[in-house]
Design a protein around this ligand. Sequence first.
Ligand code: ADP
Ligand code: YYY
Length: 240
Amino acid sequence: MWKRATATLKSSLSLHITKEASKHNAFHSHRFISGSPLHFQEMDGICPKHVDSVITFVLGGPGSGKGTQCARIVETFGFKHLSAGDLLRKEVESASEYGTMILDTIREGRIVPSAVTVKLILREMESSDNHKFLIDGFPRSEENRIAFERITGSEPDFVLFFDCPEEEMVKRVLSRNQGRIDDNIDTIKKRLKVFEALNLPVVDHYERRGKLHRINAVGTEDEIFEQVRPVFAACELTAA
Ligand SMILES: Nc1ncnc2c1ncn2[C@@H]1O[C@H](COP(=O)(O)OP(=O)(O)O)[C@@H](O)[C@H]1O
Ligand SMILES: Nc1ccn([C@H]2C[C@H](O)[C@@H](COP(=O)(O)OP(=O)(O)O)O2)c(=O)n1
């Protein structure tokens, strides 16, 4: 399964976001799906580096342990980890024209428009020589999913979902201690609502597609990794 054709992965360099994208938040606007007003300008063409790429999406609520387990997967299986949240936070720090919009959106616990997030992800993929990608915290909505699949012309090879009870997620986020503006009880409550409304439909979608690996996210980090490991080990065997 390592070998797959993402032959239609298009160059992020050909993506442009209009200012309109920054005005519309995905939570309020699904116009991208119906009429594509976010104005991606896509040129035909393949990014040759990614013809054989493996793409794994890592889903789960805030604090479910996605980042923690991704670090273990990177260490054990050599994937390139792309955290959508980290990329967005880096964009805020880089004085990007979208910085204020991204920061406000994160502070309010909403979802940044796909035009911005997909562009950041593709830019990172193209600058990497790795061919195995863990895309963490994405897609967070059907709008994210549809935008990614439409732009790249590809689906993930498989999807991990860290299934964690809400009270455990709240406890973990409140003790995360990374100085994040969204790790406070008010924003967490909003993020959990957004997660249920927008992310769970994505989980259901991949379950129906037979691509979902549901991981019980309660337990020690080691115990959880012992559920994760066989998913990746099986794929390595298939590729051998
Ligand atoms: N299995 C676990 N049990 C308890 N705490 C955990 C576990 N996995 C991660 N954590 C802690 O919970 C917090 C959130 O984990 P993180 O990996 O950042 O989650 P996510 O990326 O899903 O938001 C971090 O402080 C992390 O150290
Ligand atoms: N696909 C994404 C991923 C994250 N974001 C925004 C909204 C999220 O609440 C924040 C933080 O995301 P991040 O994945 O770092 O958060 P958690 O690790 O799940 O707590 O970033 C987004 O708008 N779209």
